[in-house]
Write a protein of this length. Structure first.
Length: 299
């Protein structure tokens, strides 16, 4: 931060003058806990350390409370419409199968409950939604599943976001929800445009049903260094990092992810017969491209 001339005074100014309003103070606490202390895939690579994970969670909650209070204090003189809003990005899955209720309670709600406590500890809930997990897990059973680049990312299932939003709203009815991450790893960029547009369709349906959705963020604009997998094993970006310095080139016959996202946002923010027709055209192309590619890889 110092090298970018974003020192402590600059950070305080960002808050005290209301230049930023929404803050995700912690990103995916459950992913960090499970990856570091239960599954052992992240540093310090411990397996089965449930008690340690519980202690780390307690420290995370303390750090979140301190961060939230500091942000609120620095923005305390701002008018209410510009006052900082603080929350956490929770990674919730759509659990399907005979143990789905229990899995939702532990896998989704347990950590969220710990941070919320009396309900006053966050201004909104951040939802990261990526996949469906079918219980019980059957290794090698991919019938009816739609896996992305890496099997640990789960089964891409756009309808699941509607059910997850309903569950989150039912559990925390007084909270607005930011869909703080949706994303799809697809090196070939053949299925991602359809996954993206289909997920957006269910988000719009959730909004029509009255769920308190405040906004949507996509993971990610450009391919990223993904957790322990690095740069090459998961391509979440709308385009490649190599294209950052070049004009983006549309697909000649199909749809690229950035085209799908652009048309979707245009139709939402500036609905018109033209933008809606363009979105429908991209949806049809994406649907065709998705199924043709899926048939080829399943042969």
């Amino acid at each position: 931060l110092a090298s970018e001339k974003f020192d402590k005074p600059a950070q305080d100014k960002l808050l005290s003058e209301g230049l930023a309003k929404y803050f995700l103070a912690i990103n995916e606490p459950m992913s960090t806990l499970s990856g570091s202390y239960i599954a052992g895939t992240f540093p310090p690579y411990r397996r089965g350390g449930v008690l340690t994970a519980k202690k780390v969670l307690e420290r995370m909650i303390e750090s979140y409370d301190i961060t939230r209070d500091e942000i609120k204090t620095l923005g305390s003189k701002l008018p209410s419409e510009r006052a900082p809003q603080v929350g956490i990005g929770h990674n919730w899955q759509y659990f399907d199968g005979i143990f789905s209720g229990l899995a939702n309670e532990f896998g989704n709600e347990y950590v969220t409950d710990k941070f919320e406590r009396d309900g006053a500890k966050s201004d909104f809930l951040g939802l990261h939604y990526y996949c469906r997990l079918v219980l019980p897990f059957i290794h090698g059973d991919k019938k009816g599943r739609d896996y992305s680049d890496h099997p640990t990312f789960g089964d891409v299932y756009p309808p699941g976001i509607l059910e997850v939003l309903k569950k989150m709203n039912a559990s925390y009815p007084n909270k607005e929800i930011f869909i703080s991450e949706i994303g799809f790893a697809d090196k070939a960029d053949q299925r991602k445009p359809y996954w993206l547009l289909e997920t957006m369709r269910y988000i719009i349906e959730a909004k029509k049903e009255g769920l308190p959705i405040k906004g949507i963020l996509l993971w990610s604009l450009v391919n990223n260094f993904e957790w322990e997998l690095g740069m090459n094993n998961a391509k979440f970006g709308l385009f490649s990092e190599k294209e950052l310095s070049e004009p983006l080139v549309p697909s000649k016959n199909g749809v690229r992810s950035w085209e799908a996202w652009q048309s979707s946002i245009k139709a939402i923010t500036n609905p018109s017969p033209e933008s809606l027709q363009e979105l429908q055209s991209y949806y049809s192309k994406a649907y065709k491209q998705y199924y043709e590619y899926k048939v080829n890889i399943e042969k």
